[in-house]
Design a protein around this ligand. Sequence first.
Ligand code: SF4
Length: 247
Amino acid sequence: MRQDFKDFKISYSRINTYLFCPYKYKLIYLDNFHIPITADITFGHIVHKTLEQFHGGKEHSCDDLFECYDNSWKKDGFTDPQQTFEYYIRGKQMLENYYKSFSESKTRVLYVEKAFDANIGKYRFIGIIDRIDKHLDNTYEVIDYKTHLRIWEQEKVDKDLQLSFYAYACKNVFGLNPDKMSVYFLSENKKIYTKRSQTEISEAINVTIEIAENIAVENFEPNIPKCQMCDFKLKCKYSKDRVESGE
Ligand code: SF4
């Protein structure tokens, strides 16, 4: 049976989940399964919130940034006080390096946590862009923050679907053309730059429409090779681990 898609909105998270495993998509978005909150997830939220507050407010000193950090801190997902402390110190170091680079740059932060709602075919596509800068030469840069420790290879950044969607949203919703895009790996205070051509953006849109059509006809085939890496490997009826754990 086809679902009622009157209010259906697709997003990068949904697409990413569907690409990982269509059945996982069903578990999360139709059956209301919840991904367990981990320290990494909480830490990512805290740092994003900190930078949103900082750039949306005083943006003057490193102490302002640390104040935003303390205001944004929350405990969910940390397993014990030692782990909480280690993440907290890691975040402070990260933000100190961030502030140094930011204060030396000549860029103007145009938008932070900028929400978009775009039409893709008959579907609505929603998302939030971490930051859009305008440089002195009137060029624009889209920035996506990452807080995990591992830095991606250039090839992964070049192929990242999320950045293609951001490029689409910038052009079609905000009416600006991002001259460059970057993934900012805050743990190493390192940006990796990329661009998106119209062809690459069109390819991303085609993937989106294809996935939306699959969701519309409830095509939720399990992707068994991914079970080992899945948050639901002990809950999902298709997972070998669940069967072996006797659940
Ligand atoms: S356990 Fe396997 S089949 Fe089930 S949702 Fe996860 S990846 Fe998909």
